[in-house]
Design a protein around this ligand. Structure first.
Ligand code: KG4
Ligand code: ZN
Length: 334
């Protein structure tokens, strides 16, 4: 049987990504990370869309070479429709539509957060339905009951900041470069969680990180009053402590979700799932509670187009194509 080739584009935030899938196998995967935002301590939307414009065609050339196929071999083009930064999404959506029009092939819209969950279907071992997925990124924190490729139910979500934001804002207060998540992870590995912070009391499976952020701000302020070099001299322990608390908040809710649903397959997804503290703590809890856990490869945790491609493959099989009249949605509904 003839293979299906799909080109996938991801441009929801500050990484321009493209991938090509041949049936259910990724044959090319590329990302252009935009370094410029580091100068500003956060993503500058205007810069993000301009950089996507510059990166997207060279990236297409790169993945086409890697895949060793011709544009005429493509059967569909998939893209992230949302959620994300509007100016960033517009670049990917317009590019995908125009290329699909010129090749006379269908387009497939993908929901960015559902795609993070689908990253678990890129390589073995794959979870079986239904399973739980903790999806933690720069903009979202969700516990999802995944019933099938196209049926996912949100059981809990953050009421304020996302887990990635909690990492990034804590790091910013410490003077760490953006995005601080990976930097906190690196420093935490050399420290111990000797400082404690209060855990929010939120009902059900929802999360909140704004109280922790405030507690952390006051903690740094008070300690710096006593010792102006407090942050510099205790960087590793401070990082280990805040990371430990964020991970604890996340996994306590996962434990609650397992109890409520009886589902013992637990997956993690999204940029924060790259965090080694979260990965280790998840493995520990899995041993104690007899869970089977699924942790994607590092490159499939943070924003990537392979997750868009695998999502698109299942939609292609369902003949679930999009109309050219659709546009990007910064707050795309679930
Ligand atoms: O999924 P993602 O790449 O983009 C969004 O869709 O938001 O997630 C980015 C977030 C950022 O907040 C970043 O700091 C965080 O993931 N992150 C990490 C690590 N790697 C990325 N947080 C903690 N530890 C890491 N190793
Ligand atoms: Zn993401």
């Amino acid at each position: 049987m003839k293979s299906i080739y799909i080109l996938a584009i991801e441009s929801s935030c500050d990484d321009t990504a493209a991938a090509i899938i041949q049936d259910d196998k990724i044959i090319a995967n590329g990302v252009s990370t935009q370094k410029i935002h580091q100068n500003y301590g956060g993503v500058v939307p205007e810069w993000a869309s301009r950089k996507h414009q510059e990166n997207i065609i060279p990236l297409l050339d790169h993945v086409m070479k890697l895949a060793d196929i011709e544009l005429s071999d493509l059967d569909a083009i998939a893209f992230t429709r949302g959620p994300g930064l509007l100016g960033s999404l517009i670049v990917g959506v317009s590019f995908a539509k125009s290329l699909a029009l010129s090749l006379d092939i269908p387009i497939i819209e993908i929901h960015h957060m559902k795609a993070h969950v689908m990253a678990h279907f890129i390589e073995d071992p794959k979870p079986t339905f239904p399973f739980l997925c903790l999806t933690v990124s720069g903009g979202h924190t969700q516990i999802i009951k995944v019933k099938s490729h196209n049926d996912m139910k949100i059981l809990g979500t953050t009421l304020d900041d996302a887990a990635g934001e909690a990492f990034d804002k804590a790091g910013k207060m410490m003077g760490l470069p953006y995005p601080a998540g990976p930097e906190i992870d690196r420093l935490a590995a050399k420290g111990n969680p000797v400082f404690d912070f209060p855990e929010p009391r939120i009902d059900g499976l929802d999360f909140s990180f704004s109280g922790l952020k405030t507690a952390f701000r006051y903690f740094l302020r008070d300690q710096t009053k006593l010792d102006p070099n407090f942050i510099e001299n205790n960087k590793e322990d401070i990082c280990a402590s805040i990371q430990h608390k964020i991970v604890d908040i996340l996994l306590n809710k996962v434990e609650k979700a397992v109890k409520q649903t009886g589902l013992k397959q637990v997956a993690i997804a999204g940029g924060v799932s790259a965090n080694s503290g979260l990965r280790n703590a998840l493995q520990e809890r899995a041993l104690t509670n007899h869970w089977t856990v699924f942790v994607p490869k590092f490159e499939y945790c943070t924003d990537n187009a392979a997750m868009i491609a695998i999502s698109a493959y299942f939609k292609y099989l369902d003949n679930d194509f999009s109309d050219h009249s659709i546009g990007p949605e910064a707050r795309l509904a679930w």
